[in-house]
Design a protein around this ligand. Structure first.
Ligand code: ATR
Length: 279
């Protein structure tokens, strides 16, 4: 029987998830379809009821619903509970299960390059929702996490959340500093760079062994990543985090292994089309 999945958010036109998941279903012969729906915050509860009534097997949740959907669900996985946010819902035996694949998706996207996390230093720029998921997932794997944010109080709150979860974290000013010389993984999670604007500080002096990631998907190479490359660092854009949160959602819904390469190619193809044909 054909299964139905979706992503809900507002706005939603930018979402690449339908291409990624539908390509995956075709590649592995899964009888399913994935849709996207714009859901206004005031209509989230009705939308959830509607998806259940229509027989959807699960859906992804994006901005601005990741936290507000929690009271509408029956069960949270430990990942969702820890993050305080849900990006994936599965309907199982009539129950709505909330899960979060953002943090683990990020970890999957860097683990091949980093070759181990324990005792290594991660610096996160930004202390919003995206940073929280990543900070908790990295700390859980034994990394020491240093969080820098424009608003220091928010970085401090995130440090406390990491410590409550049993991890090690510190906070600091959103600026370059001594941390540049002792960082194994540097992650840019703020919205600076989304519109190709210059980054407010330079990475000059960063150790060249650092893996530098910007979680922004478009533009593919932000000014921040260009700077990192110039300093001799390895770089990674936001595509792989997007890919692996989708891969993990797939595996949560359907079991088995998702066809990662086909899903990656579908994402790249759709991004390329948007860049060249839709300005
Ligand atoms: P997300 O869920 O995508 O992480 P968010 O919760 O709105 O989004 O968080 C946005 C992050 O980008 C915050 O860390 C924010 O810093 P503040 O906490 O000081 O607001 C950061 N940010 C946004 N614009 C910024 C700018 N111009 N300079 C520095 N940081 C910025």
């Amino acid at each position: 029987m054909e299964k139905h999945y979706a992503v809900i958010g507002d706005p939603i036109e930018h979402s690449l998830s339908p291409w990624m998941h539908n390509a995956g279903y075709s590649a592995s012969g899964v009888d399913a379809e994935y849709h996207r729906f714009c859901v206004k915050p005031s209509q989230l509860a009705e939308a959830v009821e509607g998806l259940c009534a229509l027989g959807y097997s699960g859906w992804n949740v994006t901005i601005p619903h990741k936290e507000h959907i929690i009271p509408l669900l029956d069960i949270l996985t430990p990942e969702a509970r820890r993050a305080g946010a849900v990006n994936t819902v599965k309907i199982q035996e009539g129950k709505r299960i909330g899960h979060n694949t953002d943090g683990a998706g990020f970890v999957r996207s860097v683990e091949g390059d980093l070759q181990g996390f324990k005792g290594k230093n991660a610096v996160l720029l930004g202390a919003g929702g995206a940073s929280k998921g990543i900070a908790l997932a990295l700390a859980e794997r034994g990394m020491k996490v240093h969080i820098l944010n424009r608003t220091l109080e928010k970085a401090e709150e995130l440090v406390q959340a990491v410590e409550r979860a049993g991890g090690t974290a510190t906070s600091g000013e959103f600026a370059s500093g001594d941390w540049l010389t002792e960082v194994d993984l540097l992650v840019q999670t703020t919205s600076v760079g989304l519109h190709d604007e210059p980054y407010p500080f330079s990475l000059e002096g960063i150790s060249s062994g650092t893996l530098v990631v910007d979680i922004i998907v478009t533009p593919r190479e932000t000014a921040f990543l260009k700077d990192a490359k110039k300093q001799g660092c390895r770089t990674q854009d936001g595509l792989d985090m997007l890919l692996y949160q989708g891969v993990l959602a797939w595996e949560f819904w359907l079991g088995g292994q998702a066809p990662v390469e086909e899903m990656r190619q579908a994402l790249k193809k759709q991004l390329f089309q948007r860049m060249f044909y839709e300005g």
